[in-house]
Ligand binder design. Structure first.
Ligand code: NAD
Length: 488
């Protein structure tokens, strides 16, 4: 069985760990590899290599640093099919979904190639007589990323390209559930001829995360995962004096107004709820209809029933399994809880059996209607293919419900009225807003702007926020007097 190794200082090295965990295909339960339950010693080795590399990497001009990113972009594009297949095998999402993930990752590499302009400073001449003042941006040092399971490729790229283009060195900690994708990416990184130690990868779980949070050599941490761990990472990292951005969980509401185009709305909402088996931090979770709801309900039920579930490499399949048997049990338990709270199951995806994949963690699309708005299911992140359908009478009450949500990752509205859309955009308490859009995922130039319990920190991933996060400003005030200048 393939035992995964860490990538440190430009070399593949065995982890100091003695324990290993299985990396499992969620559609078949086949064990594909063993991932080390890394140790603090692994983190220390990666930090040492990153610190040494930083001393020279930060002095390489930004215009030269980005040449490695151009090369990486081409390698990612050349290998996109294999990288996507790896994502499907270890995470369960379909090949098409996996490929879409790489398109978004590559977009961030392209955006970070603009760093020479993006990290420019500011200059004011004559802030007083003979005195100029200017601000330059400098890298921080060793930075690290801790990633979740649901986007094994893309999420690391919300941070990594910006970090290294700005002159930092980097340590990647992939999710222990899906470590094979980043291992493949590191094989490509190994072909870049980057100076050793600029990009490192360590495998593991909580022990590695704690090692990163406590290591004095690490200056900044980007985390993406559930809210409880995001809060923990943010608090412990900040207490240790680090810069931290921690993106957390979500429970995304979508309002459907009576003037929305039913067919388009239904199709987009179905894609949002069931794409990646609902395991997307921007998956629509609660669909709130305003006013008459018979037609949209019928259309959503029909759409959910048509969503083919199965093995993600099978071309006819639109939805794969959830990540682990524990996830499946947890999600089915939440559906039961919803029924106990008075919810009516319009489409029941529990106990799905997929021929040829009987052991897979499959749940088919599910719709529950009429949950109490203050019940547990209406408030809990399900992270599975379950739609809660809620009927509310007015747009004001619907927005009030959206704003009562403890999460603020995304909120969407479907309408043909610009006025209603504008009201929603202005009043909804969420950081990523969709107007007739089901997955309001910002492109690379914009910050991934979660609010409330969906984000702990100040500066988000991607775009200009990433440039600010990965640089520190230095302000210089300079005086040059005529009297000091020798005449020649
Ligand atoms: P998770 O919080 O379980 O794990 C995320 C990372 O934290 C992993 O690398 C894991 O090894 C580590 N970790 C797990 N438990 C830990 C602990 N006790 N102490 C320290 N580290 C620990 O999340 P997940 O299940 O991998 O991912 C799903 C979650 O991520 C969902 O809540 C989803 O909404 C969220 N997510 C959010 C965004 C966003 O942009 N806001 C994007 C993707 C996923």
């Amino acid at each position: 069985m393939n035992k995964l190794q860490n990538y440190i200082n430009g070399q593949w090295v065995a982890s100091a760990a003695t324990d290993y965990w299985n990396v499992v295909n969620p559609a078949s339960q086949e064990v594909m590899a063993l991932v080390p339950a890394g140790t603090a010693a692994d983190v220390d080795a990666a930090v040492k290599s990153s610190e040494t590399a930083f001393a020279t990497w930060k002095r390489i001009p930004a215009g030269k640093r980005i040449q490695y990113l151009f090369k990486l972009k081409h390698l990612l594009e050349e290998n996109i099919d294999e990288l996507s297949k790896t994502i499907t095998l270890e995470s369960g999402k379909t090949f098409v979904e996996a490929k879409a993930e790489w398109v978004r990752a590559i977009e961030n590499v392209e955006n970070a190639c603009g760093i020479p302009a993006l990290m420019q400073g500011d200059f004011s001449e004559d802030i007083a007589t003979g005195i100029d003042e200017y601000m330059i941006r400098q890298p921080l040092g060793v930075c690290a990323c801790i990633a979740p399971f649901n986007f094994p490729g893309m999420i690391t790229f919300w941070f990594l390209p910006y970090a290294i283009a700005c002159g930092n060195t980097y340590i990647i900690k992939p999710s222990e559930k899906v470590p094979l994708t980043m291992a493949k990416v590191m094989e490509l990184v190994d072909r870049l001829d980057l100076p050793a130690g600029v990009i490192n990868m360590v495998h593991g779980g909580k022990t590695i995360v704690d090692g990163i949070l406590d290591h004095p050599g690490i200056k900044a941490i980007s985390f993406v995962g559930s809210s409880a761990i995001a809060r923990y990472v943010y608090s412990r990292g900040a207490a240790n004096g680090k810069r931290v951005q921690a993106q957390g969980g979500a429970k995304n509401p979508v309002i459907v107004l009576p003037d929305a185009d039913i067919d388009m709305t239904s199709q987009i909402v179905i894609d949002s709820v069931y794409g990646c088996a609902g395991q997307r931090c921007l998956a629509a979770s609660t669909i709130i209809t305003v006013g008459d709801h018979a037609a949209i309900t019928e259309s959503l039920v029909e759409g959910a029933k048509k969503r083919t579930t199965g093995f993600g490499l099978d071309e006819s399949v639109l939805m794969g399994p959830v990540i682990t048997p524990e996830s499946k049990t947890r999600i089915q338990g939440l559906i039961e809880k919803g029924i106990g709270e008075g919810g009516k199951v319009l489409v029941d995806g529990r106990n799905a059996k997929i021929p040829g994949y009987e052991k897979g963690n499959f749940i088919q699309p599910t719709i529950i209607e009429g949950l109490p708005l203050n019940g547990e299911l209406a408030r809990t992140e399900i992270f599975g293919p379950v739609m809660s359908l809620v009927h509310i009478n007015t747009i004001d009450d619907a927005i009030a419900y959206v704003n009562g949500n403890k999460y603020g990752n995304m909120a969407c509205v479907f309408t043909s009225s610009g006025l209603h859309a504008r009201k929603f955009r202005n009043e909804a308490d969420a950081g990523n807003i969709g107007i007739n859009i089901g997955v309001a995922a910002p492109v690379a130039q914009f910050p991934f702007s979660g609010w409330k319990e969906s984000f702990f920190g100040d500066l988000h991933g991607q775009g200009k926020h990433a440039v600010e996060f990965f640089t520190q400003t230095k302000v210089v005030i300079e005086r040059w007097l005529k009297e000091w200048t020798r005449k020649f």
